[in-house]
Write a protein of this length. Structure first.
Length: 279
């Protein structure tokens, strides 16, 4: 699809919610039962600035963890927790949760809890681990974790093991004790800004920025230690949204630019799919 219904943008989310594909966008939300025909939802954007906080699918409901308005220099953060099961409206399940007051982290679900690793606030990054049984009551499980202070980490689960992904990769069997798998995804380069997901028993990194340059290449690994680059047909970009839906990887959005040969940023709203090729 060359141009989807939502505006060209980046740093928004795509989730598979009960076999319906959802786009959680800065300007509203869209859904599709087939990935082709899309409908604008009455469900609003409860989080506001999706570049800073995320939605997460938990026990059949979509939760909005916090509310963020503004930018990194001047912002308003509220520890409100929103939930929707009917995907038509939000219920505010807490106005004053003890959600850690931070941003630039990606919550994930493991062992029937929502987890937060690292992130940052206006004073710096964190190296701690939090989890919650309900999205409202949060407990710090570990401080000064082995992987050190970091933000924008992606965490995926492959074959019962968690993988913490930045430019380096760490693994864990329990979410608390972490082992370094590799210090560099690509030797001699810094890789960041991607969306990570698991497909065909492998970890896929889509929309990679390499040494400050946007690319169209994806990276794939079956163990988190050894990575292979694969060319993709879409234009170079980062900050994309992706999800697994009906046996395919779906990808949309992103931005490209800020370089000497392309100083202006180009934003995208095309929609791509990738599926396994069977012999």
């Amino acid at each position: 699809m060359d141009s989807a219904a939502w505006k060209k943008s980046y740093n928004f989310q795509m989730l598979n919610v009960r076999d319906t594909l959802w786009i959680f966008h800065h300007d509203g939300n869209w859904y599709s039962a087939d990935g082709v025909s899309w409908t604008k939802s009455t469900l609003t954007n409860s989080i506001s600035n999706l570049a800073f906080l995320d939605y997460v699918l938990f026990k059949g409901a979509v939760l909005g963890l916090g509310h963020f308005e503004g930018n990194i220099e001047q912002f308003i953060f509220r520890p409100e927790i929103y939930a929707s099961t009917n995907m038509k409206q939000w219920d505010t399940i807490s106005k004053q949760s003890n959600l850690p007051p931070r941003f630039f982290y990606h919550p994930f679900v493991f062992n029937e809890k929502i987890w937060i690793i690292g992130g940052e606030d206006k004073n710096g990054q964190f190296a701690d681990i939090w989890n919650s049984k309900d999205g409202v009551h949060w407990d710090k499980q570990k401080d000064n974790a082995a992987f050190g202070k970091r933000s924008n980490s992606q965490v995926v689960e492959l074959k019962g093991k968690l993988y913490l992904l930045n430019n380096d990769v760490w693994s864990s069997d329990d979410g608390l004790n972490w082992k370094l798998e590799t210090s560099e995804i690509v030797k001699g380069e810094k890789v960041f800004g991607y969306s990570a997901l698991v497909y065909d028993d492998q970890i896929w990194l889509v929309g990679c920025n390499r040494n400050g340059k946007f690319t169209s290449q994806v990276f794939v690994s079956s163990d988190g230690k050894n990575w292979t680059g694969k060319d993709a047909p879409w234009s170079p970009r980062g900050g994309i949204a992706s999800a697994i839906f009906k046996g395919k990887i779906y990808m949309t959005g992103g931005k490209y630019g800020g370089l000497p040969n392309q100083p202006e940023f180009i934003y995208s709203n095309d929609l791509w799919t990738m599926e396994k090729k069977y012999d």
